[in-house]
Write a protein that binds this ligand. Structure first.
Ligand code: FAD
Ligand code: SF4
Length: 334
């Protein structure tokens, strides 16, 4: 680890004004990802600005329903919030499926969204990687690809996005608040992360020194009927091979509305828009769920070691939606 300076930010303006003009400065949240990168030599900042004392540590109600989650709220606290557990169970389940209790007690909302890929070649500084070093080739292509992407990859990078929380936030149509030198703006969670294209080094649409201050969960009544399911190699300390975040609104046996997002399959949380469109107005039965999932995955391009992700994703979509359809029916009058 190289030596670096440390500052504790007391207000957002100063934090952004300090980090944005200095390409070798960076924000520190819980440190559970950044500190690993300092140790591995992936990140070599000269200045680390700790943003955990900024006043973004609350979950607050929004006018008209919905919740505002401060960027500094710890993953454990968010998962335990009764409003989140009852009104947005997919988010609580996604958080609880990630990492371990110890890590979740430190990890923050902002840092979780901006954690970097777990591609083994990215983490091994002795191998070429175009995400770590812009312009370098991708070692995963032609290498071991069990954990890599089946959708939306490019010849420059086949890595997957690691955050479980981000997958749930896309399913909930969440909005990310960003503070920049030019002012504040919001980015839909679905547009925060990007596909690799020619520039795998850019994980998100944010600029250097842009500070995440909060995430809004809109009022989405049917989000109460939502679920997160994650397939992984171990029950704890394991990232998703495939995950599914879904919410389902059923009336008279028909799909009124639906959200389906996949994790572990692409460089960003993958909103299954084709499957969603195919399902609206259709019967809420496994046969329809399977047809929609098959349509969504028709363009999947598995790599030599991860063909299993295609049937895994399809079966998980069917299983999660079938469970939700069962739950929805219990709420309907006899
Ligand atoms: C063993 C292990 C297992 C794990 N398993 C999982 C898992 O299964 N699922 C999962 O989702 N995650 C998993 N994680 C990752 C963990 O969730 C992340 O490390 C954590 O969420 C990052 O949050 P943090 O606050 O510690 O971020 P930090 O490490 O502090 O920061 C991460 C990045 O975000 C930036 N940043 C932090 N806050 C802000 C802000 N407010 N605005 C702008 N930039 C900011 C930092 O500059 C840095 O680039 C695992 C981690 C470990 C070590
Ligand atoms: S898949 Fe992406 S992160 Fe992994 S080695 Fe290739 S360029 Fe790097």
């Amino acid at each position: 680890m190289i030596p670096f300076d440390y500052q504790r930010a007391t207000d957002a303006d100063t934090a952004v004004a300090t980090v944005a003009p200095n390409p070798r400065a960076t924000f520190l949240g819980g440190g559970t990802n950044l500190v690993d990168h300092l140790r591995l030599g992936i990140a070599e900042p000269e200045l680390v600005v700790d943003v955990t004392r900024l006043p973004f540590d609350r979950v607050e109600p929004l006018d008209g329903g919905g919740l505002r989650i401060g960027a500094g709220v710890r993953n454990s606290d968010l998962a335990a919030d009764p409003r989140v557990r009852v009104r947005y169970p997919v988010l609580a389940q996604a958080l609880l499926s990630g990492a371990s209790w110890q890590l979740r007690n430190l990890a923050t909302t902002g840092g979780n969204l901006l954690q970097r890929t777990r591609c083994g070649y990215f983490q091994d500084v002795t191998t070429p990687c175009g995400k770590r070093e812009p312009g370098q080739d991708c070692s995963a292509i032609g290498g071991y690809t069990r954990n890599h992407a089946i959708l939306g990859a490019s010849p420059r990078c086949v890595a997957v996005h690691p955050s479980d929380m981000a997958v749930a936030l896309v399913a909930l149509d969440a909005l990310v608040h960003v503070h920049t030198r030019e002012g504040d703006h919001t980015v839909p969670a679905a547009e925060l992360h990007r596909l690799p294209g020619e520039h795998p080094e850019w994980d998100t649409v944010l600029g250097h020194g842009d500070l995440i201050t909060a995430v809004d969960l809109p009022a989405l009544p049917f989000a109460a009927t939502s679920r997160y399911r994650k397939a992984r190699d171990r029950a704890s300390y394991a990232f998703a091979l495939v995950s599914v975040a879904a919410a389902l609104d059923v009336a008279d046996g028909l799909v009124k509305d639906v959200r389906i997002v996949l994790g572990g399959v692409a460089h960003k949380p993958w909103r299954a828009t084709l499957a969603e469109q195919a399902l609206r107005g259709r019967r809420a039965v496994a046969e329809e769920f399977r047809a929609a999932a098959t349509a969504e995955l028709a363009d999947a391009q598995p790599l030599p070691d991860n063909g299993f992700k295609v049937p895994m994703a399809r079966n998980m979509i069917v299983a999660v939606l079938s469970e939700l359809a069962g739950e929805g029916r219990r709420d309907e009058p006899a």
